[in-house]
Design a protein. Sequence first.
Length: 320
Amino acid sequence: MTAALVSAHGLTKHYRVAGRRRLTAVNDVDLEVAAGTVRAVVGESGCGKSTTGRLLLGLETPSAGEVRFDGRGLAERSPAELRALRRELQVVFQDPYDVLNPRMRVDTILREPARVHGQEGSARSVPDLLDLVNLSSDFAERYPHELSGGQRQRIAIARAIALNPRFVVCDEPVSALDVSVQAQVVNLLRRLQDDLGLAYLFISHDLALVRYLAQDTTVMYLGRVVEEGPTEQLFADPRHPYTQLLLAAVPRVRGERSATSREVRRLGELPSPLDAPPGCVFATRCPLADDRCRATRPELRDVNGHRVACHYAETADVAA
Ligand SMILES: Nc1ncnc2c1ncn2[C@@H]1O[C@H](COP(=O)(O)OP(=O)(O)OP(=O)(O)O)[C@@H](O)[C@H]1O
């Protein structure tokens, strides 16, 4: 067993929303990312993936539970320690336009993290960074609007690795890109992960991608973990009805996106996180749900080599 680089324990995040109601975006989540490995987080839009990512990065404070890095809680660290830790924790978002200042040349963009952290001496050089993301050195002179979507995402990735981080949250890093360049950027992320020994939390709707990149996978639904384990195991033998339906929706033809979640959507609307069902969170849409599921929430437990939160995990088979 590799020691966890980043871990969450009982991680919970509430937001106050209109009418002073409490929305629970992330609910009692446990997860670990081992050093140098990739953990995917999958699930429909709104199930709490991005909030989990922000909590792990310390960009938001948990309402309950904690995040540890190198075995030490973020909350136990002094402001100076947290500032130093920021260098180790980076993020790549879906839309690089949001993070690349349009008035800065690539050269300035790539030097920015070192300047902000006072790390000019130890950061990777601009030519080195461009080389790592397979762009020639003349890209240093360009502005973001002079780049294609794929090139912009390469620059955002280069910026994320400028200070030699150990953990990168990749939040839907290729879903805004043309299908034709997605594979190149995914291969780049995979190569960097391998060459630089990075650990990723890889947030994605694309299960084919997850299977290619991630050693471990966490399936979330309405803020909770419903299934979790080694990716190969979980994909070969999904035990939660929700995971079974998600996997049944994986496009069978490369590049075909329209099938995504068709099976799941057929089940009707995702309930609002403002009124999550009292028993199993998936009960309102699950073909197997009965009174027990509606009344009693199933805990995560070991089933066939991974962890599943379903009363009927041993026999569930809804996607056949
Ligand atoms: N700052 C906030 N204030 C209020 N509600 C929020 C806030 N951030 C997230 N939420 C809500 O929390 C829930 C989880 O959102 P989150 O963005 O984490 O989901 P997600 O799975 O990443 O979805 P997506 O794939 O659409 O980004 C959603 O219902 C969302 O509306």
